[in-house]
Design a protein around this ligand. Structure first.
Ligand code: DP6
Length: 331
């Protein structure tokens, strides 16, 4: 950050994860404040006009700052006069369309807060990130995160809390099958607005199904109970897509390949006797597959690549993060 006369630069860097919802957020009760109609739970995946409301909220909370070494003194009311340069990059394929905007917004809020000497806690920061994009509030933390819908009209209790950090259940392995890197036709924002207005199933889901499911999911995470975790994750993804179909006009986020991947996982789990892999799909056709451990992931990856051979022979270019799993899978 530099003063207008360019005499000094203050820098702050931040890193936030993208997140994948295992209990989905779909539907707002307040469009301006981005308040949801149900709680949701996400899991960390990989590090990786809405910025304005976040910027405004951070600026409101900016504090006096002094760096004696640099001879810099900024009064809280002067932050507004300074130029901010933002450089952001994703180490996650943006083309995959997997919550990279959630990670970006959360990172923006976190880092700007750091720069402007904001002292608010993570819950408060999550509530600011929420005003950029609902799901971004969950990316303030790593690990398993719950976005509590809250009850107040001003949204002050609609915040994210960390259920367990990233070390709690670290033998889970996430495989992301990029079915299509095309931009989705219906954005989450307009899709959920249509669902709120037209889908009777949505109301039933938010009021009758999700509250119990969230409690069960919290229990499954606490006990590292993969069977329950997988069943709840798959059921919630399927119900979310059922709500999309129940919307008028219907929204189709998954395609034939997504459906074939679901069948493959269901058959595999059935043949193993207990669930070994869970699937979940957000507002697009790409599959997020969560395996119980590395051995299962390697085994499943073999199967997946057999039925869905990638066009490119360089498999390592399909993997983000630890590529040694290809060796485990004998690939
Ligand atoms: C299907 O957070 O992108 O990924 O609040 O309008 O920005 P806005 O929507 P967004 O919706 C995400 C929906 C979802 C489910 C989820 O992440 O919980």
């Amino acid at each position: 950050m530099a003063a207008a006369e360019g005499q000094w630069v203050l820098m702050a860097t931040g890193r936030t994860p993208t997140n994948i919802a295992v209990i989905k957020y779909w539907g707002k009760r307040d469009e301006a404040l981005i308040l949801p109609i149900n709680d949701s739970i996400s899991e960390i995946s990989l590090l990786g006009g809405r910025f304005q409301s976040c910027l405004r909220e951070i600026r409101k909370r900016a504090r006096d700052f002094e760096d004696k070494e640099k001879g810099v003194k900024i009064k809280k009311e002067d932050w507004d006069k300074l130029h901010v340069h933002i450089a952001s990059y994703n180490n996650f394929p943006t083309a995959a369309g997997l919550a990279s905007s959630a990670a970006g917004l959360a990172c923006f809020v976190f880092t700007l807060g750091k720069l402007m000497n904001v002292k608010e806690d993570y819950g408060e920061l999550s509530s600011i990130a929420r005003q950029g994009s609902g799901s971004a509030c969950r990316s303030i933390y790593g690990g398993f995160v719950k976005w509590c819908m809250g009850e107040k009209d001003d949204g002050s209790d609609s915040i994210a809390v960390q259920l367990a950090d990233e070390t709690h259940w670290n033998d889970l392995v996430i495989i992301i099958a990029v079915v299509s890197s095309k931009q989705k036709e219906t954005s989450s924002t307009s899709g959920m607005r249509d669902s709120v207005e037209t889908s009777p199933l949505l109301q039933y889901r938010a009021q009758t199904v999700v509250p119990g499911r969230v409690l069960k999911m919290e229990e499954a995470i606490k006990n590292r109970d993969f069977e329950s975790f997988a069943k709840l994750t798959c059921a919630d993804s399927n119900q979310f897509h059922a709500v999309c179909l129940d919307t008028s006009p219907p929204i189709f986020y998954m395609n034939d390949t997504s459906h074939r991947i679901i069948s493959l996982v269901e058959k595999w789990n059935h043949s193993e006797g207990t669930p070994q892999v869970a699937y979940t799909f957000d507002a697009g056709p790409n599959a997020v597959l969560i395996a119980q451990n590395r051995k299962t992931a390697a085994h499943f990856l073999q199967k997946l690549l057999y039925y869905f051979p990638p066009q490119d022979n360089d498999l390592s270019s399909y993997l983000v993060g630890d590529k040694s799993i290809l060796g485990d899978a004998g690939l």
